[in-house]
Each structure stands twice: as structure tokens, then as C-alpha cells.
Design a protein around this ligand. Structure first.
Ligand code: PRP
Length: 184
């Protein structure tokens, strides 16, 4: 159905059904790996929110949940590599098995920083789950333990991912028409 959001989408990369299926697979794999343990899911705001909500429902584990918000210094299109914490954990994580949930791993700056930060806080283990991996953007040597989809070097939005804070509520992931970000 065409509307003011979908008009800006060049191509649908992953449909709602494909996302559902992949998230259920990831949830089952994670649940098997952490069976009998009590991991702490840490969602990174804001992009991970939709993925996180679906992933934890696909993970029948005794687990709890924290959110962190971080941002990179610098302009909006290129990551500067310096990361600032805007919202921190609300509990002691010493000895905990963390499952870090991201919508996209691009330059790696965010996850590189978070891994060091959370290790220093005493996490027993850190497992990274990202819905999307964009290896072409990588600046830091960081990899995810679980990847939903590997994406090409294109501007992807939807299912939590934004452009200028919009499009997060699209139920699918699509490539944004270049004229949308070129005109602003
Ligand atoms: C996005 C995404 C990751 C980060 C990945 O967040 O959610 O946290 O960028 O990029 P990197 O690998 O280059 O560090 P963003 O800063 O856009 O904030 P948002 O989640 O609120 O959209």
C-alpha cells in the first residue's frame, strides 16, 4: 500500500514475513545457547527497539532487560568514532552474561566502545546480536556473534532504523530513495 512513507522507499530488502522468520530463528538459536542460564539482554536505543521486542519474545529464557542509549560525536552521516553514553545501565552487571542487541553494525564504533565499556564494568561474557551487518562500512575490528542479514552499502531504513528520525515504524526494511537524503 502506498503512503507518505512507502513513497520514499526505492526497494524493499526484507519483508515483514522475512524479518519475522529470521528473528524467530535467531531467538531459537540464542535460547538453545543460553539454556539454563540467565542472560541480561541489553538493547541499544533507539534503533534496536523493534528487533529487541520481537527477539526477546522468540527467546523463552529466564532473562532480564536493560536499555542503553549512546550517540557518536560528529555529523549525522559519518561516525566520528567517539561515543557518548546518554542513558546507562540501571544495575550492577558484574558476573552477568550480556546479550547486546543492535539494529545495525556499520563502522563498528558503537559496539567497539560498548564492548570495552561493559567488560570494564565486569560482565562475564558479551554476546553481540545484530539484525543487520554492513561489512562495507567497517572501521573497527568488531564482529557480531549473531547476524540476521548482511546488507549492501545502501541507506536502509525501517523496522527501527531511521533517516533523520523517520521511517522507524515501517514494518519492513527498505532502501531509501537517494533523492530523499540528497535534497536535505
Ligand atoms: C545506529 C545503530 C547503531 C549504530 C551503528 O545508531 O543503531 O547503534 O548506529 O553504527 P556504527 O557501527 O557505525 O557505530 P544511531 O547512532 O543512528 O542512533 P539510533 O539507534 O537512535 O538511530
Amino acid at each position: 500500500m502506498k503512503n507518505e512513507l512507502t513513497n520514499d522507499i526505492l526497494k524493499v530488502l526484507y519483508t515483514e514475513e522475512q524479518l519475522n522468520e529470521r528473528v524467530r530463528e535467531l531467538g531459537a538459536e540464542i535460547a538453545e545457547r543460553f539454556a539454563g542460564r540467565q542472560p541480561l539482554f541489553v538493547g541499544i536505543l533507539k534503533g534496536s527497539v523493534l528487533f529487541l521486542a520481537d527477539l526477546i519474545r522468540a527467546c523463552p529464557l529466564r532473562c532480564d532487560l536493560e536499555m542503553m542509549a549512546v550517540s557518536s560525536y560528529g555529523n549525522a552521516t559519518a561516525s566520528s568514532g567517539r561515543v557518548r553514553i546518554n542513558h546507562d545501565l540501571q544495575q550492577d552487571i558484574r558476573g552477568r552474561d550480556l546479550i547486546l542487541v543492535e539494529d545495525i553494525l556499520d563502522s563498528g564504533n558503537t559496539l567497539c566502545f560498548l564492548k570495552d565499556y561493559l567488560k570494564a564494568k565486569g560482565a562475564a561474557s558479551i554476546t553481540i546480536v545484530t539484525l543487520l551487518d554492513k561489512p562495507s562500512g567497517r572501521q573497527k575490528a568488531v564482529n557480531a556473534d549473531y547476524v540476521g542479514f548482511t546488507v549492501p552499502d545502501a541507506f536502509v531504513v525501517g523496522y527501527g532504523l531511521d533517516y533523520a528520525q523517520f521511517y522507524r515504524n515501517l514494518p519492513y526494511i527498505g532502501i531509501l530513495k537517494p533523492e530523499v537524503y540528497e535534497k536535505s
